[in-house]
Design a protein around this ligand. Structure first.
Ligand code: NDP
Ligand SMILES: O=C(O)C1=N[C@H](C(=O)O)C[C@H](O)C1
Length: 270
């Protein structure tokens, strides 16, 4: 049985992940924590989730209060918090699953460096099966169309999302750039005013924030006389949470290193 600790236990993803752990075989919830000022601290997670029966797991006020109880930490919080949790975990060597987005390049490099030396980590900006398949489809479409077609990414999320563009949009842009042998200097995040003709060597990334949209990504390939759009729409956060729980079970007994959802889902060789 894999013993899981959930960071950001009162958040949108934290609560969804805990619900999924409670109904999944092979994994149990042994710890949950929030930042010290959170009103959730000191409450049984059942109270946060609106369950009638107590779980016996109380929300603590930091990772170090619970880390020794668990085998794997699942972290969907905030970029600075996840980096701090990785730094703490480097001293304990527990497995980690990090779904947090919004990292600066240097922050993510530090997280990966810590993992390579000290603990197994699954890090992915999107843990849904559909998006991880979309990465593959986009790679194929880019290989076939990339030289002649303009490629744009449009992402839409709920009004509460703190970072833009989404981590998934950046990951999609990275797939396209890698396939074409380009780098991230070709990413174009916004356009305004007299911008002139679109350069060929450009990957547009546009952001929409509105209402309660769970998460939508479209990659658009527009060429002479025709257009292809590949779209993924998440209807519920459960799709991300199921992926995170699957990743937690998978990574618990792995050697230190950085893994992604293609490792977890067995899509590496597809
Ligand atoms: N990889 C994937 O598949 C997915 C990734 N995400 C990413 O996950 C992250 C969280 O998203 P979401 O759940 O919607 O956001 P929320 O703001 O709802 O949840 C984050 C939680 O973490 C808490 N938190 C902040 N700092 C700390 C800390 N130092 N220690 C412990 N807890 C802390 C927050 O508390 P407070 O609110 O009080 O600040 C909040 O409860 C985002 O980066 C998002 O982009 C989201 C969905 C899918
Ligand atoms: O903040 C969210 O909600 C989501 N964030 C992730 C991202 O930034 O890619 C994944 C998902 O689309 C939901």
């Amino acid at each position: 049985m894999v013993r899981a600790i959930v960071a950001g236990a009162a958040g949108r993803m934290g609560t969804t992940i805990i619900r999924n752990i409670l109904k999944t075989e092979g994994i149990e919830l042994v710890g949950a924590f929030e930042h010290p000022k959170s009103p959730a601290v000191g409450k049984d997670v059942a109270e946060i989730l609106g369950l009638s029966e107590k779980t016996g797991v109380v929300v603590e006020d930091g990772l170090e209060k619970v880390i020794e109880k668990g085998d794997v930490i699942i972290d969907f919080t905030f970029h600075t918090a996840s980096l701090e949790h990785a730094r703490i975990n480097a001293r304990y060597g527990k497995a980690m699953v990090i779904g947090t987005t919004g990292f600066a390049k240097e922050e993510l490099s530090e997280v990966h460096e810590l993992a390579r030396k000290n603990f197994p980590l699954v890090q992915a900006y999107n843990m849904s099966l559909g998006i991880n398949l979309l990465y593959k489809l986009v790679e194929v479409a880019t290989r076939i169309l990339g030289e002649d077609f303009d490629i744009e990414i449009v992402e839409a999320h709920h009004r509460m999302k703190k970072d833009a563009p989404s981590g998934t949009a950046i990951a999609l842009a990275n797939v396209i750039a890698k396939t074409l042998g380009w780098d991230d200097s070709t990413f174009r995040f916004c356009r305004e005013g007299i911008i002139g003709e679109r350069p060929k060597k450009e990957i547009g990334i546009q952001t929409i924030r509105a209402g309660e949209i769970v998460g939508e990504h479209t990659v658009l390939f527009a060429g002479p006389g025709e257009r292809i759009e590949l779209t993924h729409r998440a209807a519920s956060r459960d799709t991300f949470a199921r992926g995170a729980v699957r990743a937690a079970i998978w990574v618990a007994d792995k050697a230190p290193g950085v893994y992604d959802m293609h490792d977890v889902l067995g899509l590496k060789e597809v």
